[in-house]
Ligand binder design. Structure first.
Ligand SMILES: Cc1cc2nc3c(=O)[nH]c(=O)nc-3n(C[C@H](O)[C@H](O)[C@H](O)COP(=O)(O)OP(=O)(O)OC[C@H]3O[C@@H](n4cnc5c(N)ncnc54)[C@H](O)[C@@H]3O)c2cc1C
Length: 396
């Protein structure tokens, strides 16, 4: 028997697990996943962890295919020339192909004091820390959630439903991705739960201090616990390894998800930036990108030409505590349709999509190659063409 092909996946989230399971379509491939924890973290449950309605962990035995080795460690450096990954605990692992799937952290550019005085939600450890801080804070003490996107909305709603006093600082409109009428429903749900929603162009948090949050409109709000959900950030592993990244630190790839530095490195999920036109942060998208990354690796092993990524958007969903939700249908290009589901049905659909995000991984573990997703074929190539024309056409 010939030597096996070593595929190393850095990051065991939605993208990494999907890729690791799918690449096992070939018998001559050995797959190793490097991840800092023993457990899979369904990050789309982290606001529930904060609210105490879910522990947001799943056993890897449930989602990772038999035969995939899990190395519990942090990758600290990728040597693209020597094709090795250095581990924090010492030693290194060699690879023939590396799938870069380290996900995101939340955060991004922050305001003065946010790093010291605000609590993030975006990782398991951050959400657990916030949960214990809230446990020691009286329910009547107002918690301020900064960020009117999905994570901010869901966290604020979850806490308010527990009976906690909560305000949501949106720094613009609440739920900017929602259709305007769905947004009105979102406001109604939040208000009904008792969340004070602060919207408007000057409502961005400009500073966080011990016990206060300052807003762009000059207001200073008393805030015993400030929760930071605004912005986006990624681990700096690619940057630290001298690989090309976009401005946020995502690994720059071509449309097949292959790194522009090395055709042995393929990226997927929140930490990838195909053609410097990244997809938005999403577990659903991460799973599709993970599957596509595996397909690219398999094509390269077989000496075939990998295909460009193609996916059509379908829906995005928000829970407002455990009672109601909004399931916003999307056009293929990721813009909101007029059609959306609300109330109990919205929440059921949200719960269905959370469960489905795990089920897809389980199915792929048992039947590699089975994950399919709707394709678009139109909008992304048009966006790329428009962007490239703008870049290459000198202004008259
Ligand atoms: C509160 C919350 C709610 C959300 N709700 C939704 C939702 O409703 N729908 C939706 O589609 N999306 C939602 N998201 C976003 C979604 O969770 C992410 O987009 C998704 O997790 C991205 O998947 P990924 O595989 O790219 O990264 P991740 O799931 O973040 O996985 C990356 C993994 O890589 C590991 N890693 C990082 N650095 C290293 C390293 N150096 N070495 C080894 N391993 C490393 C990380 O620890 C992690 O385990 C939500 C996110 C949050 C925080």
């Amino acid at each position: 028997m010939g030597k096996s092909i070593e595929v190393v996946v850095v990051g065991g989230g939605y993208a990494g697990v999907m890729a690791a399971n799918r690449v096992r379509q070939r018998d001559d491939v050995t797959v190793t996943v490097i991840n800092p924890r023993q457990v899979f973290v369904p990050r789309l449950r982290l606001h529930q962890l904060v609210g105490g309605t879910h522990d947001a962990v799943v056993d890897y035995q449930e989602v990772l295919a038999e035969g995939v080795e899990l190395v519990v460690d942090n990758a600290t450096h990728i040597d693209a020339t020597g094709r090795t990954v250095t581990l924090a605990e010492g030693g290194s692992i060699g690879y023939d192909y590396l799938i870069y799937a380290v996900g995101s952290l939340g955060g991004g550019p922050q305001v003065p004091g946010a790093a010291e005085f605000a609590y993030p939600v975006a990782t398991l450890e951050a959400a657990q820390r916030l949960r214990s801080v809230l446990f020691d804070t009286p329910m009547t003490t107002t918690a301020t959630v900064v960020g009117g996107g999905p994570v901010g909305i869901e966290t604020a709603a979850e806490l308010a439903e527990q009976g906690r006093s909560v305000r949501l600082v949106c720094g613009g409109v609440v739920g900017p991705y929602l259709h305007s009428s769905a947004r009105r429903t979102a406001r109604k749900y939040l208000t009904k739960l008792g969340v004070e929603v602060i919207e408007g162009p000057d409502t961005s948090a400009t500073a966080v201090r011990s016990g206060t949050v300052e807003l762009g409109d000059g207001r200073t709000l008393a805030s015993q616990v400030t929760i930071w959900t605004a912005g986006f950030g990624v681990p700096d592993l690619a940057d630290r390894s001298g690989l090309c990244t976009d401005a946020a630190g995502r690994l720059l790839t071509d449309e097949t998800l292959t790194s522009i530095d090395s055709d042995r490195i393929i990226a997927a999920g929140d930490a990838s930036a195909p053609s410097d036109l990244p997809f938005r942060m999403s577990a659903y998208i991460a799973g599709c990108l993970g599957a596509h990354a595996a397909d690219t690796v398999l094509a390269r092993i077989a000496d075939q030409r990998p295909a460009p990524i193609d996916l059509a958007f379908q829906a995005m969903c928000f829970s407002f505590g455990r009672g109601v939700g909004i399931f916003q249908l999307l056009h293929k290009d990721d813009t909101a349709k007029r059609l959306y589901f609300t109330g109990f049905m919205g929440r059921k659909l949200k719960e269905f999509s959370c469960t489905a995000s795990i089920k897809h991984l389980v199915t792929e573990a048992h039947k590699p190659g089975s994950h399919h997703w709707p394709k678009d074929g139109e909008h992304r190539p048009a966006l790329l063409r428009a962007r490239n024309e703008n870049v290459t056409t000198p202004s008259a």
